[in-house]
Design a protein around this ligand. Structure first.
Ligand SMILES: [Zn+2]
Length: 230
């Protein structure tokens, strides 16, 4: 966790374009270097064995793949200033190849997703920056998708209940943080249901009502405790 002052939307536009990505790149670098406890939850792939996969040769990022239920997932990216990779769209197709749903149509307003986190270092930039940072293969496993849903849950939660000044300053306020964690998971569960209504299996069937979902919740609370003890 870090506490840099990030530019607000009222800041001068031109200045923001320069400082914004600079600060974000710095924050990502710091986050990726942070010491973390490895997750105890085994990785479950969302890629269908022997399905079509299109990997970008130079970056190693996956452009499209067939998920376990046979639906194609297409990821569109662009490179931001300073070389940061930004995910612009995640499009789910049906079995006939027709586009059925863009996952990013449900991102809260003005949110940006960068796939620059190292494994286990996913986070959300605090303050007004509205940036979620995930690993480049976050869509390829249940684990990566759960982390994305969790960060998305935080985004919804902060939109509904903006953080107070003191919460922003003392990002390590234990009680507030745990409450935020629970809220993020609650919001995440709602998001899964919204996506299912669009006809997309973002997670394996019934996952959101399984004990595995609970394990993720407990694990994320534990991670917070671990950070606080350091
Ligand atoms: Zn969280």
């Amino acid at each position: 966790m870090f506490n840099e002052k990030l530019p607000s939307s009222e800041d001068n536009q031109e200045e923001m374009a320069v400082h914004h990505w600079d600060l974000i790149a710095h924050a990502i670098k710091r986050m990726n270097e942070e010491d973390i406890e490895p997750s105890a939850i085994p990785v479950e792939s969302m890629i269908r064995e022997e399905g079509d996969v299109d990997v970008d040769g130079s970056s190693g990022r996956i452009n499209s793949f067939e998920q376990t239920d046979g639906a194609m997932v297409e990821v569109n990216r662009k490179v931001e200033e300073g070389g940061l990779s930004r995910v612009e769209d995640v499009i789910f197709h049906d079995k006939t190849g027709k586009e059925v749903f863009n996952l990013f149509s449900i991102l809260p307003k003005d949110y940006v997703v960068l796939d620059e986190a190292k494994e286990g270092h996913d986070f959300m930039v605090p303050g007004s920056a509205r940036i979620i940072v995930v690993t480049h293969d976050f869509l390829c496993s249940v684990n990566g998708r759960m982390i994305f849903l969790h960060e998305l849950g935080h985004a919804y939660d902060y939109d509904e209940k903006p953080r107070s000044q003191s919460e922003m300053i003392d990002a390590m306020d234990g009680t507030a943080e745990k409450e935020r964690e629970r809220n993020a998971w609650k919001q995440a569960k709602e998001v899964v249901k919204i996506i299912r209504d669009k006809g997309v299996n973002f997670l394996p069937e019934g996952y959101e009502d399984s004990a595995m979902w609970e394990d993720f919740e407990e694990e994320s609370i534990k991670q917070h405790n671990y950070r606080e003890e350091k």
